[in-house]
Design a protein around this ligand. Structure first.
Ligand SMILES: Cc1cc2nc3c(=O)[nH]c(=O)nc-3n(C[C@H](O)[C@H](O)[C@H](O)COP(=O)(O)OP(=O)(O)OC[C@H]3O[C@@H](n4cnc5c(N)ncnc54)[C@H](O)[C@@H]3O)c2cc1C
Length: 444
């Protein structure tokens, strides 16, 4: 059935907002995307660093990322993926170890034989659980210690969790690690059991440019550099206030993180605001470095030493190859942080000093003139932590204000934050949004 044409405003031009705009325009809706930043993409946007353009935060796609790959097929980009097998390292006890296959694992010195059996058993067990919902009631730390033992938790799980969640891991439920393990298992090619990571040459910059061209061709307006100040129901629709003035739409979908959405949406009930503001987010302080030479062969190096100020090293060029970047190497040093982390108060120069000291401890051969560029990204609301009983406390997508909807990454339940799940969230929200836009349709 053809949809009645309505005017829609999508607030936030990240991958979620852009996918919603793509789907709404596909069914004939008139769409405007309003984005605060001067460019599209949000967390997935690209930036300039030492003369190269690449993602502000590291991004890979898995072979099994079917929602994202379907979207990229529609904009004629899926064929451009390059798929590679990557290597993983582990920095423990002052040494760097390979950890790619069963043989590396059996040789891995920090764990004894019993530890290894318990760790492998935990992963196998988690990968076979079909529905992670019941794990939402179980504290993550408790679950892992029960299955793997305290030693394995301290030596392996804690550093892995800190690399993904920072100190927020203490608040997470066991459904978080279940979702991570499930995603990584889905990535393995059947039979070979090998992870394949993919990227599009040119980075997300290329994806975002193509998406923006195709959206424009469908008549979607993309308003950049326009922070939305407030959204309010008026007699004849929903009014969005920004530097464009007060604009009226039939329907508005806000894709901003909970506390930001709560701030701009006027007229929500106190319990709706409480739910939006009650989501625990983790942030990130993430450095990008351009180096003259490769650092290691590992795409990802986990770090068990908590005196190193970042939680992992992501060597992007170990995946994409230095030929993408005129022979230079690109690495990221992420520090996942709680909202109280002392790093929020540090200047960029101080963060650089601490991070470089940590990197030189791990790689004493790294000379100052090996570093060609260093740039820091900070984002306060990156990932909604799957706290205990998370799904029971989710804010509604269809709010009590007619025509005003909030869909954001906090609605990814029992999943991990990645573009595939973000696109999947847009797909699952679409029928609810279209139904709510009908005259009788205010329900979630
Ligand atoms: C360090 C890091 C590594 C990652 N690695 C991967 C990976 O390897 N693979 C993968 O698939 N995914 C990865 N992701 C996750 C991926 O980036 C996200 O899933 C995705 O980009 C989220 O999109 P979004 O639209 O939900 O949110 P966002 O990108 O946060 O979009 C929200 C948008 O709203 C805008 N906004 C905020 N306030 C206003 C306002 N008042 N008015 C208008 N606009 C506003 C923001 O500027 C932003 O553009 C990673 C993320 C990070 C941070």
């Amino acid at each position: 059935m053809a949809e009645t044409q309505r005017s829609w405003c999508v607030v936030g031009g990240g991958m979620l907002g852009l996918t919603l705009a793509w789907r709404l325009s596909e069914v004939g809706q008139q769409v405007t995307v309003v984005e605060a930043a001067p460019e599209l993409g949000g967390l997935a946007s690209a930036w300039q660093l030492g003369g190269i353009t690449w993602d502000r935060h590291y991004h890979v796609t898995l072979l099994s990322d079917s929602f994202l790959r379907t979207l990229l097929k529609e904009i004629d980009l899926d064929d451009e993926f390059e798929w590679r097998i990557t290597q993983t390292g582990f920095y423990a006890d002052g040494g760097l170890f390979r950890l790619n296959n069963a043989i590396d694992y059996l040789k891995f010195p920090p764990l004894n034989f019993i530890d290894k059996v318990r760790l492998a058993g935990t992963i196998m067990y988690a990968s076979r659980i079909e529905d992670g919902r019941s794990l939402e009631r179980v504290p993550l730390t408790e679950w892992l210690i029960k299955l793997s033992g305290k030693r394995v938790f301290e030596l392996i799980w804690r550093p892995l969790l800190r690399a993904k969640l920072g100190d927020n891991y203490t608040q997470a439920s066991a459904s978080f690690i279940w979702a991570v393990i499930r995603r990584l298992y889905a990535a393995r090619r059947s039979g070979l059991k090998t992870e394949m990571f993919g990227f599009i040459p040119g980075s997300y910059d290329r994806i975002l440019k193509r998406l923006s061209e195709r959206l424009t061709a469908r008549g979607v307006s993309l308003e950049l550099g326009c922070p939305v100040e407030s959204i309010e129901r008026t007699g004849n629709g929903v009014q969005v206030r920004s530097r464009l003035g007060d604009q009226q739409y039939d329907q508005v979908v806000v894709t901003l993180a909970g506390p930001l959405a709560s701030k701009v949406c006027v007229g929500l009930k106190p319990e709706e605001k409480e739910r939006l503001e009650g989501i625990v987010y983790q942030g990130i302080v993430c450095a990008s470095l351009v180096l003259k030479r490769p650092l290691t062969q590992y795409y990802l190096t986990y770090i068990t030493d908590e005196t190193i100020p970042f939680t992992a090293i992501v060597e992007m060029t170990a995946l994409i190859g230095t030929e993408q970047l005129d022979g230079r190497s690109l690495i990221y040093l992420p520090r996942y942080v709680t909202s109280e982390d002392p790093y929020w108060a540090l200047s960029d120069a101080e963060v650089e000093e601490h991070f470089m000291a940590g990197l030189r401890r791990m790689h004493p051969g790294l000379a100052p003139d090996d570093i060609l560029a260093f740039r820091i990204s900070r984002v306060r609301q990156v990932l909604a932590i799957s706290t205990l009983n998370y799904s029971d406390r989710l804010p509604p997508m269809i709010t009590s204000v007619p025509g005003l909807h909030v869909v954001n990454s906090a609605h990814i339940v029992n999943g991990t934050l990645n573009v595939n799940e973000t696109v999947g969230l847009a797909e699952s929200a679409m029928p609810k949004l279209l139904a709510a836009a009908e005259p009788s349709g205010q329900s979630d």
